[in-house]
Design a protein around this ligand. Structure first.
Ligand code: UTP
Length: 475
């Protein structure tokens, strides 16, 4: 327990910053609880918190878009002219070479709480594949193994968790024997958390001796890579580029040679894949150009008239949506951290369980508090150069946010089936289809069988006939 003087000092600090309630249950706590709470309070930087409260609670006004911005330029999925075709070919070769030299690592951010999915445990353990019911972790592990085999190399995997799901994630990897990957090439680490506040800026207590906190958003990954010494570990392994993605996208094309190659050829520090939005108000960030820098403007911050504005050909002026797929140079992460960077925070009003002044647990039914988060795409304008490569939704983006409905496990499974059917058909395999054109079968292609549609062409002799209503996993 803290000596009386230390405790008095702490009380003074809390009083000065209007957070005295954090010690409200002090007299009722045993020594272990007191130590636990003190350790958490000491980790808080109250001057910074006061600044956040001024910016995001007391004087909060939702962010306004900058005065002048234009659509960001991008590379199309297929080259636009012969010169570009040459560049794409060169980029692909370079991406393959860098991957085969072990200079590219997989980097998944899996520190989120997955509240919308409502799944018990880390989201990566969610079973999603249509036939074998493989989990997201397993699909990615098999992909990494298949890429390593294809390029005769070892692709390391960095997995960012949060303090809330780190141990559970480790346990899952242990229980699955690291999905047959060499565990020394899998680096699981933690991002930081931020305290949660009530609507007046008071820090909430989850329990009498526990501050309510949550992971600070995927923007925390760039700091966590450095603080956890993952970046140092990468250096010793010769890793120079990260293939970054979100844990809930089973269709992601990891180690895309074209994307990696264009990033390197253009000397970019952080690059992004983009989709053409489904409509003006799709809930994805918008790639824009501000003062010559690629910047993502959130859908909530793009005025409706601009969101709806069209080009003469009818396409949306701001048509490029951000999907959480990046290539990031490790030297960029290092530079940002050495420069002591800080990404802006974003306020989210949420239902935050907490205890009230009598110590009773409250489970709110409407938003009662504020969480602050940083977003990884806010680092893009800090890059000296950044490129965007368009990709196709059906090929590469199946966000598994909810259990059913839009962007759900259901739609992700269907997209996995649809993509498999598409690849197979393109390779000349007959796929039974329903009247509405959707596949009349349940298909799965294991990453070890084919990583791309081109890989399938070499395996045609191993693909059986597929009848209506059948289930088939190619592995
Ligand atoms: P989402 O914004 O979809 O959040 O994260 P989430 O926590 O997974 O789900 P909800 O909003 O609670 O339903 C996009 C990606 O960013 C990661 C998530 O794990 C996911 O891969 N993430 C999010 C982090 O790694 N850390 C965070 O603090 C937040």
């Amino acid at each position: 327990m803290a000596p009386d003087k230390d405790l008095q000092n702490l009380k003074n600090v809390l009083k000065k910053h209007n957070q005295s309630h954090l010690l409200a249950f002090w007299p009722q706590m045993d020594t272990a609880q007191k130590q636990n709470l003190l350790a958490q309070i000491r980790r808080l930087d109250f001057d910074t918190i006061d600044q956040w409260l001024a910016d995001y609670v007391r004087d909060y006004t939702p962010a306004h878009p900058p005065h002048h911005f234009t659509p960001a330029p991008s590379y199309a999925p297929v080259p636009a002219d012969p010169d570009q075709e040459k560049k794409y070919t060169e980029a692909r070769r370079l991406g393959e070479k860098l991957t085969s030299q072990g200079k590219v690592a997989a980097f998944v951010v899996a520190g989120g709480q997955g509240t919308r999915l409502g799944f018990d445990g880390p989201k990566g353990n969610f079973p999603v594949s249509p036939v074998r019911n493989k989990t997201l972790f397993q699909i990615f592990a098999e992909t990494i193994a298949a890429v390593s085999e294809k390029y005769h190399t070892v692709c390391p995997w960095y997995v960012m968790t949060s303090p809330l799901n780190y141990h559970a994630t480790k346990d899952i990897f242990e229980a699955n024997d690291y999905y047959n990957l060499d565990r020394k090439n899998v680096f699981i680490f933690r991002q930081g958390t931020l305290p949660s506040f009530d609507l007046d800026g008071k820090i909430l207590l989850a329990e009498k001796d526990t501050i309510a906190s949550s992971p600070g958003g995927h923007g925390g990954s760039l700091k966590a890579l450095y603080d956890s010494r993952a970046i140092e570990n990468m250096k010793t392994q010769g890793v120079e580029y990260l293939s970054y993605w979100h844990i809930d996208n089973p269709l992601v094309n990891l180690f895309d040679p074209l994307f990696i190659g264009l990033h390197v050829l253009d000397a970019a520090e952080m690059s992004s894949k983009a989709l053409i939005k489904t409509g003006p108000f799709e809930k994805v960030g918008n790639f824009c150009l501000i003062d010559g820098k690629v910047t993502v403007i959130e859908y909530t911050d793009l005025p409706d008239d601009l969101a709806q504005k069209q080009n003469p050909d009818g396409s949306l002026l701001f048509e490029l949506g951000s999907i959480g797929i990046h290539v990031i140079s490790t030297s960029f992460v290092e530079r940002l951290n050495k420069d002591g960077f800080a990404l802006p925070l974003h306020r989210a009003d949420k239902k935050i369980p907490h205890i009230d002044e009598n110590g009773n647990l409250i489970r709110p039914t409407k938003p009662n508090g504020i969480k602050l988060e940083s977003f990884v795409f806010d680092a893009i304008p800090l890059a000296s150069k950044s490129i965007i490569l368009q990709t196709q939704r059906a090929e590469e983006f199946a966000p598994t946010k909810n259990l059913t409905g839009l962007d759900s496990a259901q739609t992700a499974r269907q997209m996995m089936i649809d993509r498999a059917a598409d690849w197979l058909e393109a390779a000349g395999v007959n796929i039974p289809r329903k009247h509405d054109g959707s596949p009349d079968c349940i298909l799965e292609i294991a990453p070890g069988f084919a990583l791309t549609r081109e890989d399938l062409a070499e395996k045609l002799d191993r693909i059986p006939r597929i009848g209506p209503g059948e289930k088939l996993c190619l592995d």
